[in-house]
Design a protein around this ligand. Structure first.
Ligand code: FMN
Length: 406
């Protein structure tokens, strides 16, 4: 997700400095490169050994390090980076940034910057509310820096109020958002993609419903890969075991009819992917009270009616309203190819991804999937891979398709 992105991470001398280490781990895990710079005070809170080991790059601190200045020029350090992040930012360091001080490596890098800066302040509530800090905050916003936090809560000193460092995952989300918003070469930038995911629930009465075993993991992985490729993702989800990915527009629904309405409301879009496990039918009558056993002790019988066919309804739209690419999923337990080929024709979609969800396949709820991909010309068996890899592979196919001349 952050592959190839270089982040200059400035750690200053606040009590929350250790949280910068968690942030570094997240950036590294997402494929980003981190160059840590520690102020002299930060060295009191985290060791350069920890910071350097987690980052995989030596933690720098001294402006005048003759050995290194030859190798790492402090200006080049900034030119090399794609983004500068200050975590935590002390009241002191905010003052230095606002006034252009450059008496150590961290502040010199800030003054020499030609990159965007994200600042995550952390300090005692009185320090944060102090008039000079508020003036500095305003100056830094006017200078174009963006801020994450501070949050309100209990402080290390026992006081309560605004000043706590934003959680590392929130700072991480702001970093990813920066690259999504300003990343110029993302292949799906400007494309609007709708993804449905999860399981619908059809109520029988106020306490019971019909559903299925979809975990939402595949739809979530697809939405996440599309977002990482720069798409604006409309994510319409039923019940799921995993949270929606960051950075997508989420609509939570319950029934198939809700999903139908949400999908049609979210149109138009360039690509629509129907990965949700939608109930084909629902109980004809929904009791407003809990259904009881029959008087003679027998079970009540259920009468079902058909739900609207969402995939078909979108695939059949007039050309000026129809997404350029309509992609369906088929969950089959037997004769996967035969059923999937018939479904592609019946629904009128462009591509279909069929997966075997029979008992023992491990597809429902698992982290892997075995896909057979149909594009109307024929089919291709994809090797078993993780759901994240399926998301990436599908995103790549979509990107290549949209690149083709009309
Ligand atoms: C134990 C301790 C904790 C501190 N925590 C913070 C803090 O959370 N935020 C802050 O702005 N300053 C804090 N300070 C004060 C800064 O360390 C001090 O202002 C220092 O000069 C900051 O230097 P720097 O901005 O160059 O890193 C703390 C000081 C001590 C001794």
């Amino acid at each position: 997700m952050l592959a190839g992105r270089k982040i200059l991470l400035i750690i200053t001398g606040g009590i929350a400095a250790f949280k910068a280490i968690d942030l570094m781990r997240m950036i590294k895990k997402a494929g980003g490169d981190v160059q840590p710079i520690l102020t002299k005070s930060a060295l009191e809170f985290v060791t350069p050994l920890t910071a350097g080991t987690v980052a995989g790059n030596p933690a720098l601190s001294e402006l005048f390090d003759l050995g290194r200045e030859a190798e790492i020029n402090h200006i080049e350090l900034v030119r090399d980076a794609d983004l500068i992040v200050v975590v935590p930012a002390t009241g002191d360091f905010m003052a230095k940034m606002a006034h252009g001080f450059a008496d150590d490596l961290a502040s010199t890098a800030i003054l020499a910057r030609d990159k965007h800066v994200i600042v995550a302040p952390s300090m005692n509530v009185r320090m944060w509310e102090a008039a000079p800090t508020q003036r500095n905050f305003q100056t830094l916003v006017d200078d174009g820096m963006s801020f994450v936090g501070p949050d309100k809560g209990e402080m290390a000193c026992g006081e309560f109020g605004l000043g706590r460092l934003a959680e590392p995952d929130v700072i991480f989300a702001a970093i990813k958002d920066y690259f999504f918003t300003f990343g110029e070469n993302l292949p799906l930038k400007g494309k609007r993609v709708l993804v449905t995911s999860g399981a619908t629930r059809e109520p029988l009465d106020p306490v019971r419903f019909l559903t299925n075993a979809s975990s939402g993991k595949q739809g979530t992985a697809i939405a996440s890969a599309l977002r990482a490729a720069g798409a604006d993702v409309e994510f319409i989800t039923g019940a799921a075991d995993v949270p929606p990915p960051d950075g997508v527009n989420v609509t939570q629904i319950t029934t198939a009819q809700d999903m139908y309405d949400a999908v049609h409301e979210a149109l138009p879009c360039d690509v629509a992917i129907f990965c949700a496990a939608v109930s084909d039918w629902r109980p004809k009558a929904v009791g407003d009270k809990k259904i009881k056993k029959n008087g003679d002790g027998t079970a009540p019988s259920l009468e079902m009616v058909l739900n609207p066919d969402i995939l078909h309804s979108v695939a059949q739209l007039e050309p000026d309203q129809r997404p350029q690419l309509v992609i369906g999923f088929a969950a089959e337990t037997n004769d996967v190819v035969k059923h999937a080929e018939a479904k592609l024709v019946r629904k009128g979609c462009d591509w279909l991804l069929a997966n075997d969800v029979s008992a023992g396949s491990g597809t429902f709820g698992g982290d892997h999937n075995s896909i057979i991909f149909f594009d109307g010309q024929g089919h291709q068996e994809w090797a078993q891979m993780s759901k994240a890899e399926v998301g990436q592979k599908l995103t790549n196919q979509i990107t290549s398709y949209l690149k083709q001349p009309d």
